[in-house]
Design a protein around this ligand. Structure first.
Ligand code: FAD
Length: 404
């Protein structure tokens, strides 16, 4: 590996995997990790799960200690430092605290949570992306808040689960017909909706929030487009994210309409030495002949390592060929999805076999393109391997135990 200076902007999952991977594969040159948050890099999935479940001061889910990163990996750790611009001609990242030069760069700035307009300035209203957000939400739950979630996506639904585990009243407001309809489809969304109903969460679909109400600067309720109102002491907004790329505007790095960074299959941005990884990336995934941007833990971890290795060794750059995988924990159930939801047919296998643990398979052409399970933790990886090798649809059905 060359002894060039690698700078990674974004001190979270993709960023930490980038610095670890290049050290492990023998990079001896300087390595800097620039992160806007003051915290040491930490893991996000626990923030909407175990971190909210109980009030007993849970520890921050840090990936590594500061000593390990600085002393063992030799990382120049620049925390609490936001990148403000990129100048690829001079090979310089501008930050709030001055410039950092690089030979090769990995952009791993992930995404920011979106909000809704009337949320501004009201206490008790939060999005959930950071440790600070999770602390604020936990404090609301500790205080026994009547909790309203806007958006029945993964994060909103996990917060609802945590609040119900504490016995708090929870309402989830969803604009579409069922939760997750865009990511997994109608039937599968209905199966997820059942989890909410079975656990006493008041899930209301096809409703739109028109405004939030407050008194003395604190939220008191949510107003819906049918004129009704839901009382609330805590409102969590889970309406998706936008890639954190404002700092790249004008740099020459090409951005997708949604703000993500456009890359080739090797995660190169089209600018020599500049790569990207994780939630921020749009790239052509060779396994699907599709451009995609994922917001999944496994992808960010894989791409962080790959982008950094490709940046330092462009002659041997490998494509990011991955079968998307995510999981989400709702109440006592684990939902897992592999592949892509775009399908010519979806077979809800568990209805055919009479199994109460949900399984559905997605057909694309004559092969399997996706699978979703609830509470079948080991089986899903078998389907992931089938999707990777473009296994025939018949093979997937045979494995699931149903006729073709
Ligand atoms: P991020 O984690 O967003 O990190 C980007 C980092 O870059 C941040 O620390 C940010 O502060 C920093 N940054 C941004 N802009 C700048 C700048 N200009 N200068 C310097 N630094 C900057 N995935 C699953 O598959 N399963 C789950 O169960 C699951 N649960 C989740 C629960 C929560 C609450 C959240 C928020 C996410 C969850 N995810 C889950 C998604 C998963 O955590 C993300 O896919 C992953 O964190 C993406 O990693 P990343 O490094 O690409 O981006």
């Amino acid at each position: 590996m060359p002894s060039e200076k690698l700078v990674v902007v974004g001190g979270s999952l993709a960023g930490i995997r980038a610095v670890e991977a290049v050290r492990k594969s023998g990079h001896v040159g300087p390595l800097a990790l620039v992160g806007a948050e003051e915290h040491l890099p930490y893991d996000r999935p626990p923030l909407s799960k175990a971190y909210l479940d109980s009030g007993d001061n849970p520890e921050a889910p840090q990936f590594r200690t500061e000593e390990y990163l600085r002393d063992e990996l030799g990382v120049d750790l620049r925390l609490g430092m936001r990148a403000t611009a990129l100048d690829p001609a001079r090979k310089v990242v501008h930050t709030e605290d001055g410039e950092i030069g690089y030979h090769t760069l990995v952009i791993a700035t992930g995404a920011h949570a979106r909000s809704i307009p009337s949320a501004d300035g009201l206490a008790g209203v939060h999005t959930l992306r950071t440790l600070d957000d999770a602390e604020a939400i936990r404090a609301g739950l500790d205080a026994g808040a009547r909790t309203v979630i806007v958006g029945a996506g993964f994060i909103g639904s996990e917060v609802a689960s945590a609040a119900r585990k504490r016995g708090l009243p929870v309402t989830v407001l969803e604009a579409l017909s069922v939760p997750l309809v865009r990511s997994i489809g109608e039937d599968m969304g209905r199966a997820c909706a059942r989890l909410h109903h079975d656990h006493g969460t008041d899930l209301r679909c096809r409703v739109k929030v028109t405004s939030l109400e407050g008194a003395n600067g604190h939220v008191t309720g949510v107003v819906l487009d049918d004129g009704s109102r839901v009382d609330a002491d805590l409102v969590v907004i889970g309406v998706g994210v936008r890639p954190a790329t404002d700092w790249l505007k004008g740099s020459g790095v090409r951005l997708h309409d949604d703000g993500g960074v456009l890359c080739d299959a090797t995660l190169n941005t089209g600018i020599e030495g500049v790569y990207a990884a994780g939630d921020v990336v749009h790239w052509p995934n060779p396994l699907f002949d599709d451009d995609m941007r994922l917001e999944h833990w496994t992808n960010a971890a894989e791409q962080g390592a790959l982008a950094a290795k490709n940046a330092l060794n462009p002659g041997e750059a490998k494509p990011s060929a991955t079968v998307p995988y995510f999981w989400s924990d709702w109440y006592d159930s684990r939902i897992q999805f592999v592949g892509v939801p775009k399908a010519d047919e979806i077979r809800v296998v568990s209805e055919e076999t009479g199994d109460d643990r949900f399984l559905a398979l997605y057909r694309r052409g004559d092969h399997i393109g996706g699978a979703i399970t609830i509470d079948r933790p080991t089986q899903i990886m078998k389907y992931r391997r089938m999707i990777a090798k473009r296994a025939p649809w018949k093979e997937a059905l045979a494995y699931a135990g149903v006729p073709a």
